[in-house]
Design a protein around this ligand. Structure first.
Ligand code: 5GP
Ligand code: ZN
Length: 113
C-alpha cells in the first residue's frame, strides 16, 4: 500500500530503528515509546488490523507470535512484557497497518483501558 506509513518503513522509504527482520515480518523501535522498551512488530504484507486476519494469511500472524519471544529475549525482557494490538477507532488504532506493540523494561501498570 503506497500511502501506508508502515509499508513505507518496510520499504525503507521512511527510516526506522530496526530490532528484527525476516522474510515475513519487521520489528522496529516505536518513535514515541510508552515504556523503556517499546517495539512494534509488523507483517511485511499489508493487513489493516486484526480484522483483516483470515485463514489464508493467519500463518503470518502465527509466525509473528513465534518470533516475539525471540525478540523479547534479544531486548532482555526475561522478567516479562506485554503484547498489545489496537483495532479501529474505539481501540485507538492510529496506524492502519497491523502491528503488535511489545512493551517492557519496567513493571508495567495493571491498567488495560
Ligand atoms: P497505534 O496507536 O496505531 O496502536 O500505534 C501506532 C504506533 O506507531 C504509535 O505507538 C506511534 O508512536 C508509532 N509510530 C507512528 N509513526 C511512527 C514512525 O514514523 N516511526 C516509528 N518508529 N513509530 C511510529
Ligand atoms: Zn501497510
Amino acid at each position: 500500500m503506497s500511502d501506508c506509513l508502515f509499508c513505507k518503513i518496510i520499504n525503507g522509504d521512511i527510516p526506522s530503528n530496526k530490532a528484527y527482520e525476516d522474510e515475513k515480518c519487521y520489528a522496529f523501535h516505536d518513535i514515541n515509546p510508552q515504556a523503556p522498551v517499546h517495539v512494534l512488530v509488523i507483517p511485511k504484507i499489508h493487513l489493516s488490523s486484526v480484522n483483516d486476519i483470515c485463514e489464508e494469511n493467519a500463518n503470518v500472524v502465527a509466525h509473528i507470535f513465534s518470533v516475539i519471544p525471540k525478540i523479547a529475549k534479544e531486548l532482555n525482557l526475561e522478567n516479562g512484557y506485554r503484547v498489545v494490538t489496537n483495532i479501529g477507532e474505539d481501540g485507538r488504532q492510529s496506524v492502519k497497518h497491523l502491528h503488535f506493540h511489545i512493551l517492557g523494561g519496567k513493571n508495567l501498570t495493571e491498567f488495560m483501558a
